[in-house]
Design a protein around this ligand. Structure first.
Ligand SMILES: [Zn+2]
Ligand SMILES: [Zn+2]
Length: 122
């Protein structure tokens, strides 16, 4: 693999996170992302599903942004069935529980990185 810069100049409107260098879906349902700065994030299926912030009237209340989704009602073994690119700023995930309206921007995914959040109290 060439070790050249993958950063594409001229896409400055994307914010400072950038498109992931690599995005993998593992057989166990985890999603792994390698970022432009080399940081690696691993997301469990349940974790990401519960972090869905779409306004489908089940996840988040559109008007207030309040979270409606009850994590306990999300199957513990929920996993990403399909991942689709949305423009060059986000991915949409089709979940095994049938939920398919969730869109996760790369910026939000970076903010959700479990290892970076481990110091925070929830
Ligand atoms: Zn949702
Ligand atoms: Zn992290």
């Amino acid at each position: 693999m060439p070790n050249g810069p993958l950063m594409e100049r001229g896409e400055g409107q994307m914010g400072n996170v950038g498109r992931p260098k690599q995005l993998d879906r593992f057989p166990n349902g985890e999603i792994g992302i390698v970022w432009q700065d080399g940081h690696e994030s691993y997301y469990g299926g349940h974790y990401l599903r519960c972090a869905c912030a779409c306004a489908c009237a089940r996840c988040v209340e559109e008007t207030s942004g309040r979270k409606l989704l009850d994590d306990r009602r999300v199957p513990g073994d929920v996993r990403a069935r399909e991942i689709h690119a949305v423009g060059n700023y986000a991915i949409s995930i089709l979940w095994s529980d049938g939920h398919d309206t969730g869109i996760y921007s790369f910026e939000r995914l970076r903010n959700l990185c479990p290892c970076c959040r481990s110091g925070e109290s929830d």
